[in-house]
Design a protein around this ligand. Structure first.
Ligand SMILES: Cc1cc2nc3c(=O)[nH]c(=O)nc-3n(C[C@H](O)[C@H](O)[C@H](O)COP(=O)(O)O)c2cc1C
Length: 194
């Protein structure tokens, strides 16, 4: 699968087959994902892989009771060692540390597609509870939880996205015309038609 297909085919999947994900596969995905970019190359992430049914249920409960999560055979909890980044970048560090974790999360989600797996990004959770359940130290934030597994045969709705022409300006905020003439806004349509 090329990157374009992975980006276009990824959907948030909230129903999974009762099929384990091999540890080797999770290992391979994370081994590649750690090449994601990070500010100052600080790589302020740690990954906790959760497969235990009881722990998965406890976590789903403190994720605003998103109990569908328990269908996923594994969770990847991305933990943010923000101090590494604030020590280097001061005030901007906290924001960078979160961006770094978001970047590695996206990389994991796209790699998952390559391995025939699907994911869902979970941001709705109680930090303190996740910290307690997973024994995460105080100076580390649980930042993102990804569910990962094989998609159940439930139809996931088509993605709704804003049109490119409403998203892009040229040269400065608000300017809709490009300096150079060309078919800028036709490109994505062509990709989708492929
Ligand atoms: C920061 C962030 C937090 C999210 N939190 C949740 C969540 O708690 N539960 C959930 O089911 N989906 C969550 N999502 C997934 C979004 O709902 C989903 O990406 C969006 O609806 C677009 O759908 P798609 O991922 O299928 O393209 C989150 C996504 C992001 C980026």
């Amino acid at each position: 699968m090329d990157v374009k297909d992975a980006v276009l085919q990824r959907r948030s999947v909230r129903s999974y087959k009762n099929k384990d994900v091999k540890l080797e596969v999770l290992g391979e995905i994370l081994d590649i994902a750690r090449y994601a970019a990070s500010s100052g190359n600080l790589q302020n992430w740690k990954f906790i892989i959760v497969t235990d049914d009881k722990v998965k249920e406890e976590i789903a409960t403190v994720c605003l009771e998103q109990m569908w999560m328990t269908e996923a055979p594994a969770y990847i909890v991305i933990c943010n060692q923000f101090k590494k980044v604030t020590e280097t970048f001061g005030k901007l560090g906290k924001m960078y540390s979160i961006q770094n974790c978001a970047n590695v999360a996206t990389t994991i989600m796209l790699l998952a597609k390559e391995y025939g797996l699907d994911t869902c990004w979970i941001g709705g959770f109680n930090n303190d509870s996740i910290q307690r359940i997973l024994k995460i130290p105080e100076d580390v934030d649980p930042e993102i939880i990804l569910t990962i597994g094989y998609e159940n045969d439930v139809k996931v709705s088509e993605p709704v996205r804003e049109e490119l022409k409403t998203l892009v300006f040229f040269e400065k905020w608000g300017k809709k015309e490009a300096k150079i003439k060309g078919g800028f806004f036709n490109k994505l349509k062509k990709i989708l038609k492929k």
